[in-house]
Ligand binder design. Structure first.
Ligand SMILES: Cc1cc2nc3c(=O)[nH]c(=O)nc-3n(C[C@H](O)[C@H](O)[C@H](O)COP(=O)(O)OP(=O)(O)OC[C@H]3O[C@@H](n4cnc5c(N)ncnc54)[C@H](O)[C@@H]3O)c2cc1C
Length: 415
């Protein structure tokens, strides 16, 4: 069913009781051309692009919980492409461009809001490194604007810009095309569009083991039976290394909790995203009015989707130092997701050492913005057996031949 103003009106006349399910509930078939492990944004997008771009529709997405219940539904929804190296700039800007047309492509409102992103400089050193960063973006063809303190104040008037501020703001830079999108809508939009093209989306279906034949992966074992597949793709974020171990290879991934929290909803006070790389804190206001606080990693490996109090406390302290008026807000909820961090803070998309098995992981704290490109490039390698040119630099082999794309060191990207 096509969503439109007309279908909304028709729904209103029937009391909104006759909407069909957005995606079909199905029983798994005994075999598929492609099985994707993980029903987060990347797995669902890969399934959609397999069907849409490559005509491969005999595909199942197996999700152990509910779709979007992993990091895709737990993140702070920021989309941007302000990376430093050309390889990253190409990858993330392609993703942002796909986001710009995604509501129309999926016929599902993902509520993309290009409200801009302001990075704060708290020292002369920050100013120097941000001017290098913004200039690198421009050389990569991505617009960025260096900002004085006054210009930062015009974009985010609630910031404390006084010289006595605990965290002085000397300036910063902005990517005006950056912003936010509704995370659940991205998962649901891809699921609905993939299902409409014939993809099976199967929830409550954990992949427990891989099936092999002469060393090649030929399917998966689940509580709902064995499912055979010519090719299997993993898109399981913080659980990627667990699945890789089951398949018999090692990933350079460490799983950490990354937490976030929201305040009670208030009237509009902040219409851009503000990120303070020096403190790891970043803030935006959701369409519902909640102030969304993002944090740095809980820097010890964990699979507990909670996050530790010390990090909660330091993020709240940093945010209140930046926005003193937020001290009067009540914090409503805090949560965490398990993110897959690799030491150059760049993703891994492509083949694995095991024939028949492909992977998309390593997005760490920043893979929501990359869902469209992550799905696009995983679909490409699953359909053709060849890496997509955008994904070529992001192979697992870079950790053995030393061609790291170290965004963590270069631009201090944590999110
Ligand atoms: C608090 C927080 C804030 C963040 N903020 C941002 C942000 O502002 N911007 C940004 O770009 N990124 C952000 N991120 C990162 C982003 O959310 C992730 O990189 C992205 O969502 C990863 O998507 P995914 O589809 O790979 O993983 P997920 O959405 O985690 O999906 C993986 C799925 O695999 C399933 N799975 C795992 N094991 C199995 C198995 N054995 N069998 C079947 N299914 C399995 C899981 O249940 C899960 O649903 C944030 C993350 C967190 C936690």
């Amino acid at each position: 069913m096509k969503y439109s103003a007309w279908s909304l009106l028709r729904g209103a006349f029937s009391g909104h009781r006759n909407w069909p399910p957005a995606w079909a509930e199905v029983e798994p078939r005994p075999s598929y051309d492609v099985v994707i492990v993980g029903g987060g944004g990347h797995g669902l997008a890969a399934a959609y692009y397999l069907a849409k771009n490559h005509g491969v529709t005999n595909v199942a997405v197996l999700e152990r919980g509910w779709i979007g219940g992993g990091n895709t539904g737990r993140n702070t929804t920021i989309v941007r492409s302000n990376y430093l190296f050309p390889e990253s700039a190409r990858l993330y800007d392609f993703s942002l461009k796909l986001y710009e047309g995604l509501s129309r492509a999926l016929n599902f409102n993902i509520m993309l809001s290009q409200r801009g992103l302001v990075m704060l400089a708290h020292s002369r050193h920050d100013l120097d490194s941000m001017s290098r960063w913004a200039n690198a973006m421009r050389m990569n063809g991505i617009a960025a604007e260096l900002l004085t303190r006054e210009q930062v104040g015009e974009l985010a008037p609630a910031l404390d810009l006084s010289p006595q501020a605990r965290l002085p703001v000397l300036g910063g830079f902005a990517q005006h095309r950056a912003g936010t999108a509704r995370h659940d809508a991205v998962a649901w939009g891809y699921a609905r569009a993939a299902s409409a093209l014939g993809v099976h989306i199967i929830q409550n279906c954990e992949v427990r083991e891989f099936l092999r034949d002469s060393g090649k992966i030929v399917g998966v074992d689940t509580p709902r039976g064995r499912i055979r597949a010519d090719r299997v793709g993993i898109a399981a974020a913080g659980h990627s290394s667990v699945l890789a171990a089951k398949a018999g290879f090692k990933l350079p991934v460490v799983s950490y909790a990354l937490q976030a929290m929201v305040s009670e909803p208030v009237k509009p006070v902040l219409d851009t995203v503000v990120l303070s790389p020096g403190t790891g804190a970043y803030v935006s206001q959701s369409d519902k009015g909640e102030i969304v606080f993002g944090a740095m990693l809980d820097l010890f490996p964990s699979y507990a989707q909670r996050g530790s109090f010390a990090v909660t406390q330091s993020v709240v302290a940093a945010t209140l130092a930046l926005f003193p008026s937020f001290s009067r807000l009540a914090l409503l909820r805090q949560w965490a997701g398990i993110v897959d961090v690799v030491h150059d803070s760049s993703p891994i998309i492509g083949t694995t050492p095991i024939p028949g098995l492909y992977i998309n992981c390593g997005w760490g704290t920043g893979g929501f913005k990359a869902i469209p490109v992550g799905g696009w490039t995983l679909a490409h390698v699953l359909a053709t057996g060849r890496n997509h040119p955008l994904a070529e630099p992001f192979q697992l082999s870079r950790f053995t031949d030393g061609r790291l794309i170290d965004e963590a060191a270069a631009s201090g990207i944590a999110h």
